[in-house]
Unconditional design. Sequence first.
Length: 161
Amino acid sequence: MQFRNKLKAICCAFFILTTLLGVLAGCARSKSIGAEQSAQEVQQPDGQKTIQSLVQSVTYKQESGELSFHTPEKIPQSTKLYIHVSGRLKTDEGGISWHEFEKETENFSWRLNQNYTATVHPKKLDYIEITVGLADESADEIKYETIISIDNKGNISTGNE
């Protein structure tokens, strides 16, 4: 009888020990996965900062009429860079709308870490409006949308919509 009781006690202790080891191993695995996800999140660029760097890169040289901007090096996963460049040019009849980089805008085909330039005749310029943001995969929503305005004197201002 004593042998049987000792055997039961040993089996119970073994069961408890293996259960505890299993729980501890699961916790360690869970922490490891959490650390990997945190490291990936840290490496992902922040959307707001990404757009802010693009906004700050916009220049317009009134004497030459050169408009330029630099696309970011990286954008957050599952997003597309959205940039729409348009404006209005003065004519003898009043004015006409002006659009630049239409292919890139329509296809979200902006190359990262790239300088883009366009020339807008300074005497014909009424205004330029550049809308930038990050589109989700389906392009249904634009996040961090910012509008950059350039007036006929070359003054640049920004606003959020």
